[in-house]
Design a protein around this ligand. Structure first.
Ligand code: NAD
Length: 499
């Protein structure tokens, strides 16, 4: 059985002010394996008092941490990166066990978490500020970056190693102290990462870790006025709720929310490349990706050929326990996820979409024990609910388009704006589509997944705002302080320099 080769799974604790400890109420909650619906381990059930103590610890640690030269902070991150690299296999197995994705995919995710830490470790020797020309002679004008203070970081379950690192690392390297709260489905990966940061020498109170229900622990962090920046990745509705709190508190925020991402297949698209890419984009992580290609918009001249090839290839994808070699599509994270997919399959059928593949939960053999659903493909129009709402499951819809221009119009006809892709051999069509697509991350001849840590990532429209990754990731955790230095020693005249 796959579980026999799995590593021991940790029991999650909190980290507050440098001490690993249980929740102050002493309670724990179960962490399940979605492929088997068995209890894997437990995590500490944090309390509102714990959330407050974590923010207090971060506030106390902030002056010293922000005063440390950034290259020294970078050295600590570099050690953490090394430790994560040494533990890729262990971390990947924990990801698969608590989240479900196939093990090779989990390894890729953890390697990206490593790359993120390594990138921001290097930023410790850059953190570039800007000198601007002055209107007056003998005057030096520049802006320098200042950390904001305490960053509360609330993350989802679908990339349990990567997304915490996307936020934690820019926050830390720019001098903020952090409280991290991961999703309750996947607290163990984040806990192991926090242990590795601790081992790397992160000073007491700089990194705090709390686990427990979002509506309670996440809310306690959000309501705490001592939090200076709130970074949230999760559903658009939760993001809207948090944005209201942030607005009330005049607080900086990063919101990375849902997506309903189009992959356009133009009439001249190279089918051999477009089909496998569409498969990976739509169905990896069982479609539970904010960037999943959940709408595939295909120009009519290639519609039948693309559809036949795509459906045939999707029908061969192996669904199963992510630890079993050869598995390509794992389970959904919970039973409610399967029920949501079933609900949307019904909406699709009721609204007249054509079901081309799948459409049912999987209950045969070992699959009956887990949260499995067939890989599902519809064909229908863009106005259907299956094309407008984020299903977060292994479901995609092929939407026919009469022209590339119409394909882009359809791509934009949705409330989200995270990622978008176009397959075409024509440079002019590709660049025109890129210009027009209302998405913050765009791809040409590549599915809308697989971002690189050195480039900005984020959303527009209801997919959120703020940018993670790259140098842009630093922006959200710093503010610019402008400095004017007049070294003329001249008497200040009664004028404005531009008068
Ligand atoms: P979610 O909104 O249910 O939860 C996200 C986090 O917020 C969890 O840690 C949860 O405990 C916490 N939370 C829940 N309610 C809260 C509240 N009232 N106050 C404070 N915190 C609260 O989302 P999820 O189901 O974990 O993740 C899936 C969603 O995340 C999808 O919509 C997906 O598109 C989105 N996502 C977006 C990105 C991106 O970069 N744009 C990346 C990954 C996932």
């Amino acid at each position: 059985m796959p579980s026999s080769s799995a590593p021991p799974v940790p029991t999650g604790q909190l980290l507050i002010d440098g001490e690993f400890r249980p929740g102050s109420g002493g309670a724990t909650f179960d962490v399940q394996n979605p492929a088997r619906r068995t209890v894997l381990s437990h995590a500490a059930l944090g309390t509102v008092d714990d959330a407050r103590a974590a923010v207090d610890a971060a506030r106390g640690a902030f002056p010293k941490w922000s005063g440390l030269p950034a290259p020294e902070r970078g050295e600590i991150l570099a050690r953490a990166a090394r430790l994560v690299l040494d533990h890729v296999e262990e971390l990947a197995q924990i990801v698969t066990l608590e989240e479900g994705k196939a093990l090779p995919e989990a390894r890729g995710e953890v390697r990206q978490a490593y790359a993120t830490i390594a990138f921001y470790a290097g930023e410790g020797r850059r953190l570039v500020s800007q000198v601007v020309p002055s209107d007056s002679p003998d005057k030096l004008t520049f802006s320098m970056r200042k950390p904001l203070g305490v960053a509360a970081i609330i993350t989802p379950w679908n990339f349990p190693s990567m997304i915490p690192m996307w936020n934690l690392c820019p926050a830390l390297i720019s001098g903020n102290a952090v409280v991290l709260k991961p999703a309750s489905y996947t607290p163990l990966t984040a806990f192991r990462l926090v242990q590795l940061f601790h081992e790397a020498g992160i000073p007491r109170g700089v990194l705090n870790f709390v686990t427990g229900p979002g509506g309670k622990i996440g809310d306690a962090l959000a309501q705490n006025p001592d939090v200076n920046v709130l970074a949230f990745t999760g559903e658009t509705l939760t993001g809207r709720h948090l944005a209201e709190i942030n607005g009330r508190l005049f607080r900086r925020q990063v919101l990375e929310l849902g997506g309903k991402n189009p992959l356009i297949v133009a009439a001249d698209a190279p089918l051999d490349a477009a089909v496998p890419s569409a498969l990976w984009s739509a169905f990896s992580n069982a479609g539970q990706k904010c960037t999943a290609a959940s709408r595939i918009i295909v120009e009519r001249p290639i519609l039948e050929r693309f559809t036949a090839a795509f459906v045939a290839a999707a029908g061969k994808l192996r669904v199963g326990d992510g630890l079993v070699p050869g598995t390509e599509v794992g389970p959904l994270v919970d039973a409610a996820g399967v029920e949501k997919v079933e609900r949307y399959v019904r909406y699709g059928l009721d609204e007249g979409a054509e079901l081309l593949l799948g459409g049912h939960r999987l209950t045969e053999g070992d699959l009956a024990q887990g949260n499995f659903h067939e890989v599902t493909i519809f064909r229908g129009s863009n106005g259907l609910r299956i094309c407008q709402d984020e299903i977060f499951g292994p479901v995609t819809t092929i939407v026919p388009a009469d022209s590339l221009d119409e394909a882009v119009d359809l791509a934009n006809d949705v409330r989200y704006g995270l990622a978008a892709a176009v397959y075409t051999k024509d440079v002019r069509s590709a660049l025109r589509a890129v210009q027009r697509m209302e998405a913050a991350v765009t791809f040409v001849n590549h599915g809308p997944v697989g971002v690189e840590v050195q480039a900005p990532f984020g959303g527009t429209k209801q997919s959120g705002f703020g940018r993670e990754l790259g140098e842009a990731g630093i922006e959200d955790y710093t503010e610019k302080k402008t400095v004017y230095i007049d070294y003329s020693y001249a008497k200040q005249p009664w004028y404005y320099p531009w008068a």
